[in-house]
Design a protein around this ligand. Structure first.
Ligand SMILES: Cc1cc2nc3c(=O)[nH]c(=O)nc-3n(C[C@H](O)[C@H](O)[C@H](O)COP(=O)(O)O)c2cc1C
Length: 181
């Protein structure tokens, strides 16, 4: 093993799926790209995510307490990067990127039709000095007819790995049978 600076630790842990976060602020829907997120708790399901105060989405989330986390697949790769390189302050991203809003069940933020899954979330806590939002996932929508299933995993600086082989080791998970699949 060769020791490298600890500042690179996040590169080892970040590669969950890159996601899109939608908000709706003063009637205006918006989208941002987000790589810094993690599961915190199973029930109720809690998700932690870091959204910087320089983002339009930060103000929207602080003001409304609601968002949708949408999971894009590899066919949306370029769009995902471009969404994360412009601001809802000046751009209508749904229009610019040709994405389709669908009404959510419990929050004003829209689902994204072109994504594999959409999670409706409500802010339950904020760790202000880290811009860390604790979100409770209230509803989950999955597109079972989605043609593409490979999600993207950000390695940093616009480089991604796409999902590859699936290893199903479910039989060995003897201690965790009570969790839903
Ligand atoms: C691959 C990628 C990952 C990103 N991850 C995050 C993140 O986890 N948190 C964050 O605050 N911004 C992240 N960004 C930057 C925001 O998406 C970017 O600042 C965006 O322009 C914010 O849009 P908004 O101003 O409309 O909210 C990421 C951008 C890219 C391209």
């Amino acid at each position: 093993m060769k020791e490298v600076p600890a500042s690179g630790a996040f590169r080892q842990l970040e590669p969950g799926p890159i996601v899109l976060v939608t908000t709706s602020y003063r009637g205006k829907p918006n989208i941002m790209t987000m790589g810094f997120h993690m599961m915190i708790q199973h029930a109720p399901p809690l998700i932690g995510c870091v959204i910087g105060p320089w983002d339009h989405s930060y103000s929207a989330l602080r003001a409304t307490g609601e968002c949708v986390i949408a999971i894009p697949t590899i066919d949306l790769a370029e769009t995902v990067v471009d969404i994360g390189n412009c601001s809802g302050d000046t751009v209508d991203k749904f229009e610019r990127f040709g994405l389709t809003q669908q009404p959510a069940g419990s929050v004003a933020a829209p689902l994204i039709k072109e994504c594999l899954a959409n999670i409706e979330c409500r802010v339950v806590d904020v760790v202000e000095h880290h811009s860390l939002f604790i979100l409770e996932a209230e509803r989950l929508w999955i597109d079972n007819d989605h043609r593409e299933w490979r999600t993207l995993h950000h390695r940093g600086d616009g480089v991604f790995a796409a999902d590859g082989n699936v290893l199903d080791l479910c039989d060995r998970m003897v201690k965790w049978r009570h969790f839903p699949r």
